[in-house]
Design a protein around this ligand. Structure first.
Ligand code: THU
Length: 130
């Protein structure tokens, strides 16, 4: 199964009673394993979690910390971009050259490097000297 297929499939399980906007994410880790996530909303809105965060949490729970490739999909008119917080979360576990595919259910896709998703990222290096 491709990452797009996995993300599209898990998107159906998104819990989105408030936004009605389902998002699916799938990532392949360094080991080759695929991890999936969907957005899970909450009546206390800020407690909701994004699809990307779910996939990353599944990877970390399985004992892995390296994203090799990632795909995010939603029913948006253009390929869905990860939110700002998710860009930082992805950058924690992916090198600058890792490819992230943004997809829409209409079949359009856009591939972006992590470095282009989050230019000027805050990294652990910035805490040197603390
Ligand atoms: N959402 C994601 O799951 N990932 C993103 O990168 C963009 C936004 C979710 C959060 C919320 O459940 C819904 O989409 C609307 O913002």
């Amino acid at each position: 199964m491709t990452l797009l297929e996995a993300a599209t499939r898990v998107r159906e399980n998104a819990y989105v009673p408030y936004s009605r906007f389902k998002v699916g994410a799938a990532l392949r880790s360094a080991s080759g394993q695929v991890y999936i996530g969907c957005n899970v909303e909450n009546v206390a809105y800020p407690e909701g979690t994004c699809a990307e965060a779910g996939a990353i949490a599944a990877m970390v729970a399985a004992g892995e910390t390296q994203i090799a490739e990632m795909t995010v999909v939603a029913d948006s008119p253009s390929p869905v971009p990860p939110c700002g917080g998710c860009r930082q979360k992805i950058a924690e576990f992916a090198g600058p050259d890792v490819m992230v595919t943004l997809a829409a259910l209409n079949g359009t896709t856009q591939v972006m490097r992590v470095a282009d998703l989050l230019p000027g990222a805050f990294t652990a290096d910035h805490m040197d000297g603390a």
